[in-house]
Design a protein around this ligand. Structure first.
Ligand SMILES: C[S@@+](CC[C@H](N)C(=O)[O-])C[C@H]1O[C@@H](n2cnc3c(N)ncnc32)[C@H](O)[C@@H]1O
Length: 277
């Protein structure tokens, strides 16, 4: 049984909001260029293998994953989003499950376990380690992990309520429409921002802060490159590649700072792995 922290409670409300359902069904393919680069890196290495899609939401990643392999399982702890995924992809194996406890999934089975669109940022830091340990457990020796995480040094970390104000336009009709539209968002966003900012903390290597998504309805972790590499090594994973979301560029192993919005980390479980096995 997973105990619910305040951060957990806030984020679960956001996943069940109408805004989450709207954003997650925009029919996006890749979330960003970095995700595309990460999938291109992984596709030949995981072709035909069992794939695990964690935090599948309404199913955006299902076509991306099943283009690599038909042996596919998706999980999510938000029943509402999972039901939408089931309606959109009735033939797929989609299960209601929390990533912090995937004990019903076989150990050492998957060629790839993936947690997309910064989903791992939405749990407490100790739970983040728990999720990485679970991902480690379920992949086979040599199997891969892919997840994205917000950059503590990126523009997302500077987000504040002023960005909910309407963008200026010389066209009075456009400006009027934008002002009307932003009024409700600004009200709701301000309320959420003020309520959630009490959870903001900066621990140096990583930080916790309310983010603009879903009208400042979520509170998430922002990591630095050295801290994420440290955490991967602590779990026993080898970091293979990091891609930046903004340009899809590969970030070298010796680079410690970047201004990309978020990172895509690819790591693998060493063949000689012994933990949890
Ligand atoms: C930002 S959304 C991304 C949805 C989908 N992967 C996509 O890219 O469109 C994050 C998803 O992760 C799920 N999630 C967050 N924490 C989770 C956890 N501990 N266990 C399972 N799912 C989780 C949420 O319910 C939500 O569907």
């Amino acid at each position: 049984m997973i105990s619910q922290s305040e951060l957990d409670r806030v984020n679960r409300v956001a996943w069940n909001s109408a805004d989450a359902a709207r954003v997650f069904t925009l029919d996006k393919t890749y979330s960003d260029l970095g995700e595309q680069a990460a999938f291109e890196w992984l596709a030949p290495r995981c072709a035909g293998e069992p794939l695990l899609d964690i935090g599948v939401g309404t199913g955006r990643t299902i076509p991306l994953m099943t283009a690599i392999s038909n042996d596919y399982t998706g999980i999510d702890y938000t029943q509402k989003l999972l039901d939408m995924a089931k309606t959109r992809h009735p033939q797929r194996d989609l299960r209601h499950m929390d990533a912090r406890d995937m004990s019903t999934l076989q150990s050492g089975h998957y060629g790839l376990a993936e947690f997309s669109w910064n989903g791992i940022d939405c749990v407490d830091y100790s739970d983040r380690t728990k999720i990485l340990e679970e991902m480690y457990r379920v992949v086979r020796p040599g199997g891969y992990l892919l997840f994205s995480s917000h950059n503590r040094g990126g523009p997302g970390y500077q987000e504040n309520i002023w960005q909910l104000l309407p963008h200026f336009s010389v066209n009075p009709l456009k400006l009027g429409w934008r002002t009307l539209r932003s009024m409700r968002r600004f009200q709701l966003g301000t309320l959420n921002y003020v309520r959630n900012m009490k959870l903001n903390r900066d621990y140096g290597g990583y930080a916790v802060k309310t983010a603009a998504a879903h009208n400042f309805g979520i509170v998430i972790v922002y990591t630095t490159l050295p801290e994420q590499r440290r955490q991967l090594a602590q779990v026993g994973l080898h970091c293979d590649a990091v891609f930046g979301s903004t340009e899809g560029n590969r970030i070298d192993d010796d680079v410690d700072e970047s201004d990309t919005w978020w990172f895509h980390f690819i790591a693998h479980k060493p063949f000689a792995a012994s933990r949890f096995d």
